[in-house]
Design a protein around this ligand. Structure first.
Ligand SMILES: C[S@@+](CC[C@H](N)C(=O)[O-])C[C@H]1O[C@@H](n2cnc3c(N)ncnc32)[C@H](O)[C@@H]1O
Length: 293
């Protein structure tokens, strides 16, 4: 049987990548902090094929970004599973399953969350984006990780020439269906940001609304037209106290302006406000940076 130490760095990296991009399922439950036992109870209520991945996701999103890059991650996860009472065989089987499901499990998870009959997130456009866009002349906009299209559709309604993309194909299909019903046109692709061609000097606005991308800052900077803006809303580190939120959407005090040295800060705030995902009052980060002419 394959042992955890034999897992290739690439496969571990893939696991880490998909797990850090997004917040944990606490978003689908409007409750506050959950203990590990409560989380286990919730996992037990899920269909069997979702349990191993949700348990892994719960665990990994509590690690720091550095801990997530540790090549011994599977071995550490195995230790965790054993502290939860799983046998060696059960732990190995779970790790194998998570690896087999890979990033597909993450995509399926977002498909479920974003197309749920009763949405657990704000289906209106992001308020910060609305404020920023209202003061600007519509041009080309890119919605990275567009989800079910709430921001894409609003921008298109305001006259922007919008492209959105997301690996969650059911969410993208829902966005297009909603667009058709509303008579709103936009382009969309089913892709992750790792494979999307951002181009150079192409966009008047790039939107990162509760999505990751901290390793792609130079790509975003290059893809903006001179005078174009990058608009980000995500979580402040304070929001992680007592909550499991994926590291990709969490930023420290003053971090975002430093991550984009080529952009001029138009707005930067760290307010306590109701998050679009999770819908709790937490500290957020809101950033708008403009590429100089
Ligand atoms: C919290 S949702 C935000 C959705 C949307 N931006 C919004 O504000 O409504 C996170 C989104 O990131 C997407 N995502 C996950 N991995 C991604 C990747 N590698 N590249 C782009 N988007 C990704 C998910 O499918 C999901 O739609």
């Amino acid at each position: 049987m394959e042992t955890p130490t034999k897992y290739s760095a690439a496969r571990v990296a893939a696991l880490v990548w998909c797990a850090v991009l997004a917040p944990l399922f606490i978003y689908s439950v409007p409750s506050l902090t959950q203990t590990t036992d409560e989380v286990e109870k919730r996992i037990a209520s899920l269909p069997p094929d979702q349990r191993a991945y949700e348990r892994f996701r719960y665990w990994v999103t509590q690690l720091s970004p550095d801990q997530r890059r540790d090549p011994n991650l599977p071995a550490r996860y195995r230790d965790y599973l054993k502290t939860r009472g799983f046998s060696d065989g059960e732990a190995d089987a779970q790790i194998k399953l998570v690896q087999a499901q890979g990033s597909r499990a993450e995509v399926e998870r977002w498909n479920r969350v974003l197309t749920a009959e009763k949405p657990t997130f704000n289906v209106k456009p992001n308020e910060f984006l609305v404020e920023v866009a209202r003061g600007r002349k519509p041009g080309t906009a890119l919605d990275v990780g567009m989800g079910q299209g709430r921001n894409t559709i609003w921008l298109a309604q305001q006259g922007w020439d919008v492209t959105g993309f997301d690996p969650a194909e059911k969410a993208v299909a829902l966005a297009q269906e909603t667009g058709r019903k509303l008579g709103v046109h936009f382009k969309s692709e089913v892709k992750g940001m790792e494979e999307f061609d951002f181009g150079e000097r192409r966009w008047d606005m790039i939107v990162l609304s509760y999505v990751g991308g901290r390793d792609m800052t130079a790509v975003f900077e290059r893809a903006l037209k001179p005078g174009g803006v990058l608009v980000i809303e995500a979580f402040h580190r304070d929001a992680t106290k007592g909550r499991s939120i994926g590291g990709g959407v969490v930023f420290d005090t003053g971090e975002l302006p430093k991550l984009y040295p080529q952009l001029r800060v138009v707005r930067y705030e760290e307010p306590v406000a109701t998050a679009d995902f999770g819908q709790e009052k937490v500290r957020l980060v809101r950033y708008c940076g403009e590429r100089p002419e």
